[in-house]
Design a protein around this ligand. Structure first.
Ligand SMILES: [Zn+2]
Length: 187
């Protein structure tokens, strides 16, 4: 069987341990300066293949996705409403909510209990926006993406694996559209 192809980039950095990150549809392999990247890839073969399969699946559904026309103001209101609702549900408090352009993820949270939501989520279906917010709030309870974290997420979003795939697909779609956009500007 042919292995699914994946774009990857090897990044040399002065780190102690190798790290693998998925940036959109590109896999970044962060390699300590004294380590052989091929060894890192061999050691993490299963993880790499799983990510490649995930990206391949997401690419195939990206074409059929529709962007939702929504104003910035409506998007902000939607995020704030979801934050309020999930604060109550999870019995916690968020400090500040930021909406910003982010290069590598849909959302993040900090130890100061601030959450940041990617501005590009403006064009996503409501369920996905709510899912991003809920995911970030769950990180205020559980930092790592471990079993307990997934259990917490699945209480509200039992189909979270499908939603992760859709988020990945939207990510690919938005990237592709930007490529087209910048191409048009150049000509
Ligand atoms: Zn997370």
């Amino acid at each position: 069987m042919r292995e699914p192809a994946i774009k990857y980039r090897i990044v040399r950095r002065s780190v102690k341990h190798p790290r693998l990150e998925l940036w959109g549809d590109e896999l970044r392999i962060i390699v300590p300066e004294n380590m052989d990247p091929l060894k890192v890839m061999r050691d993490n073969r299963r993880w790499i293949l799983r990510q490649a399969e995930f990206v391949k699946k997401a690419s195939s559904i990206a074409r059929s996705l529709k962007l939702i026309p929504r104003t910035r103001k409506k998007f902000k209101a939607l995020v704030q409403k979801a934050v309020k609702e999930y604060e109550k549900l999870l019995n916690l408090n968020v400090n500040k909510v930021f909406i910003r352009k982010m290069k590598s993820c849909w959302g993040s949270c900090s130890s100061e209990r601030n959450i940041t939501i990617n501005r590009e989520a403006q064009f996503l279906p409501e369920k996905l926006v709510r899912y991003i917010v809920y995911h970030e709030l769950c990180h205020l309870i559980r930092w790592r993406h471990d079993k307990e974290f997934n259990e917490l997420v699945s209480r509200e979003f039992p189909d979270y694996e499908r939603l992760d795939l859709e988020l990945q697909a939207y990510w690919i779609k938005l990237r592709e559209m930007q490529k087209v956009d910048s191409g048009l500007k150049l000509s």
